[in-house]
Design a protein around this ligand. Structure first.
Ligand SMILES: C[S@@+](CC[C@H](N)C(=O)[O-])C[C@H]1O[C@@H](n2cnc3c(N)ncnc32)[C@H](O)[C@@H]1O
Length: 305
């Protein structure tokens, strides 16, 4: 299976689908959530995004007149909606991160479990690979990436080790990288350590935090009053950004209030959910899922508007 959708009924319920409404699935993957939305649509539309060519191949299998697929980064949400003649939507779903298909493919380099090239690009038609990051970034920049995105406690040491290792031999594969860091990985917790390193590189390679920030601001501009924003994240950096955005209308910073003391924010968070024990038992990925649901305020404007 390409990907087992996480918290599918909860996501569909959170969208409160109007059969005639227009919806966006910003992260199509294997299409599990998209198919669920399509089943509830009658006369409406679903516009799905994914930047991965493999996801596009999955989307090509869907023959449904309400369905449109955009092989694009969701950071260009507004532009692609406009290309499809849409300026306002009833709901947006984003199931962030990577799919099981991506992580289980050794040649993509996402997994610490397999030997493979250090690629980690979701969109392989553009951008720099993790190998380029590891081989060319100055030590200080590597330190920042590992500390900020991997939340590594010894990010400075890890960056130093990478730079020392790459002077001796090129770091080209997942195993090369693990070998370079094996002396500084927390003893007995190597798997977790490498997972944090890989997470940091993946976020950097795909510019994930900036893409999410751009996307959130555009959601505020296209979701109709009372429309829904449903976002599922799998690590604390993303969840923190979504939480702050729902609270303040900004990816970073404090809530602003109008002259009368009313909060100025585009969405009101109405739910925060995690997967139930049974789902976590059958699908390990669900364990770290955090689902936040926002409803577009009637009058509030986004800080960018
Ligand atoms: C967790 S999977 C989604 C799984 C999907 N909900 C399903 O049920 O099959 C995340 C997907 O989002 C895509 N993705 C992540 N960030 C993206 C971005 N900024 N723009 C477009 N697609 C993105 C990935 O390529 C991946 O296929």
């Amino acid at each position: 299976m390409y990907h087992q959708p996480v918290m599918l009924p909860q996501c569909l319920d959170a969208l409160q689908i109007d059969p005639e409404g227009i919806y966006v699935d910003a992260t199509f993957g294997g299409g599990g959530h998209s198919l669920g939305i399509l089943e509830r649509i009658k006369g409406g539309r679903l516009i799905a995004f994914d930047q991965d060519e493999d996801a596009k191949k999955e989307a090509d299998k869907i023959d449904h007149r309400s369905f449109t697929f955009c092989k694009a980064n969701f950071r260009y949400l507004k532009k692609y909606l406009k290309l499809n003649g849409i300026t306002e939507v009833n709901g947006i779903l984003a199931d962030l991160g990577i799919s099981s298909h991506q992580i289980d493919a050794p040649e993509r380099g996402f997994s610490t479990r397999f030997e493979g090239p250090l690629d980690m690009r979701m969109d392989r038609s553009t951008g720099s690979s993790a190998e380029t990051v590891v081989m060319t970034y100055p030590e200080e920049k590597l330190h920042k990436v590992l500390g900020m995105y991997g939340e590594l406690k010894n990010a400075r040491t890890a960056a130093k080790e990478i730079v020392a290792a790459r002077k001796k031999a090129a770091i080209k594969t997942t195993m090369d990288l693990k070998t370079a860091l094996k002396h500084v990985a927390a003893k007995g917790k190597e798997n977790k350590y490498f997972a944090q390193v890989f997470q940091a590189l993946r976020i950097e390679v795909n510019d994930e935090m900036k893409a999410l920030e751009d996307f959130l601001h555009q959601c505020a501009e296209v979701v109709a009053p009372n429309g829904r924003l449903v976002i599922m994240s799998y690590h604390s950096l993303e969840d923190r950004m979504v939480k702050t955005f729902l609270k303040t209308g900004k990816a970073f910073g404090d809530l602003e209030k109008d002259f009368y003391g009313n909060p100025i924010r585009p969405f009101e968070q109405v739910a925060k959910l995690v997967a139930d024990d049974e789902e976590v038992r059958v699908n390990k990925r669900a364990r770290s899922a955090r689902l936040r649901v926002g409803v577009r305020n009637q009058s509030a404007v986004s800080s960018r508007q």
